[in-house]
Design a protein around this ligand. Sequence first.
Ligand code: 6R9
Length: 644
Amino acid sequence: MGASSSTPLRECWPSIPANRIWKLYSESINSPQKFWGKQAREHLSWYRDFGIVHSGSFANEDNAWFLGGKLNASFNCVDRHAFEDPDKVALIYEADEAGSGRTLTYGDLLREVCKLSHVLKGMGVQKGDIVAVYMPMIPEAVIALLACSRIGAVHSVIFAGFSADSVRDRVFDAKCKVVLTVDESKRGGKTIGIKTVIDKAIAQCPTVSNVLVFKRTGAEVPWVSGRDRWWHEELRKWPGYIPPEEMDSEDPLFLLYTSGSTGKPKGVVHSTGGYLVGAASTGKYVFDIHDGDRFFCGGDVGWITGHTYVVYAPLLLGISTVIFEGTPVHPTPSRYWDIIEKHQVTQFYVAPTALRLLKRYGSEHVTGARSHLRVLGSVGEPIAPDVWKWYFETVGKTEAHIVDTYWQTETGCHAITPLAGITPMKPGSASLPFFGIDPVILDPVSGAEVDGNNIEGVLAFKQPWPSMARTVWGAHERYMDTYLKPFDGYYYTGDGASRDDDGFFWIRGRMDDIINVSGHRLSTAEIEAALIEHPTVSEAAVVATPDEITGQSSTAFLTLKDGSEVFETLHAELVLQVRNTIGPFAAPKGIYVVPDLPKTRSGKIMRRILRKIMAGEVDQLGDISTLSDPSAVGKIIEAVKAAA
Ligand code: 6R9
């Protein structure tokens, strides 16, 4: 294996003070066994050392890392730090209500994790079983993940904004025995009835035998006796220590459902050893994490960003991580900066959507001491240069390094990203590959590598890396078809990208039907499927539209069933339909009822035409004469104009 001849990274690095990084990067590509073997032994404690660092290939579907190695994730995140210094702060909880919260030391965390591990075992959870976690951003969510991994169970976190139907599909697909949840949650001053969602969801999931409920607000909630148990009552029955289970490096650590380009979400499976090595090494090199740091990632534990950078990376490296339950504008748009000042945060990591919102509120709200901030991270969507500049100048006072980190649920950790303090910053570019990532730009039609600089195409990775997803739960063929088969011999990211004159990468957005609303990954097919469930809707086409705050929003075009009429509350009902089927965050922003959708003669909906209409580019629709009814287009343009 050699570094891609098409990636003249060498040329980018001489300007970088630490030339050693180039040597390390070359080693990670040319001698991955040597590079990752060292990383794995440096960052993790193993019960049994691995014999082989890596085996397998994309083509043979047998990619495996740290073979023969035995370890436990919760031991690595908790025990070893607790034994060294039990009083060191592990979790800093900032509740939705400003000024309230608590901290847990590594000693506290170990006891809580052990108690919950006992409870899970008592409920019959065994090694390899999947446990669903439907919880807001409170310390117990972190405790839940670590307790699962301690006993060898596989966690499947479901974002607490998902509706009962979405929860049901995910719990059902993974055949979960136990669900961990809360009575209610608090967010932005609002109370959300979490337990009622769970009750509705699992009424249709026969595998679930127990629901453990943490009391967050103390509200009266419906109760199914025998099945439901209170967290505080169960935990006090058990001692604060239980030995961790010795897991194989390739045993699954978690599933995380994510949107694909079809309607059904995929349970992406991550392995224990490889994922943890990726989390710890990116934490160290990208965020420059050092002992004593206080890391604040604003992402939710329901998404991959929360898994890797609220929980695993900071805890593996033994530092303090902030768990923030609220929103950036409650009670005031200074909430993030208040937290940063109060806890002397050293690294802050957030999606551009939040930055766009805060920038719009005005720089006068960016208050408080921030000189301790060394690194400011961005994740989930492209960051526009003006927002980048605001982040760098107003938030970081030009003293903190900005890292625009490109990665995916499937990559497990950062893939293309600057290294704080090392990589030159270029606003809007995710810059250069992380160690072990060998990126190439392919011609989307021929699949050939596009050489040189100042080029664009689709982004793919040429060789396996430790934290890559191993499969899709119960659907390995889907894994192969989505990532490894589109371009033979490569991992296909699904994103378009370009490489500029300096060899820096620019992510151009999804090539498939995935849209990105406020950094939340959604599939247009999923939203269409939800809309079609409404009794009046015949056909639906959903497209992404640029949005100033949320980055993208979704716009739905619908035809109604014969005889149905547009009634006054239809719009509200359709929004409710999507909120109930997927979750409030997925609701389309624009809905147009049209006489017909633009379709080819074979019946394929031409979403491209809808996108052009929404972008106001009606003069660039291309050849529409091949449509089964070209006049449909004019009627859609009229409907959009009439609503403007
Ligand atoms: C971590 C996460 C993955 C998709 C990915 C891409 C987009 C993520 C980005 C970015 C531009 C960045 N994306 N980071 N686009 N610049 N720095 O978000 O995972 O939810 O799986 O989404 O998000 O399109 O393919 P996930």
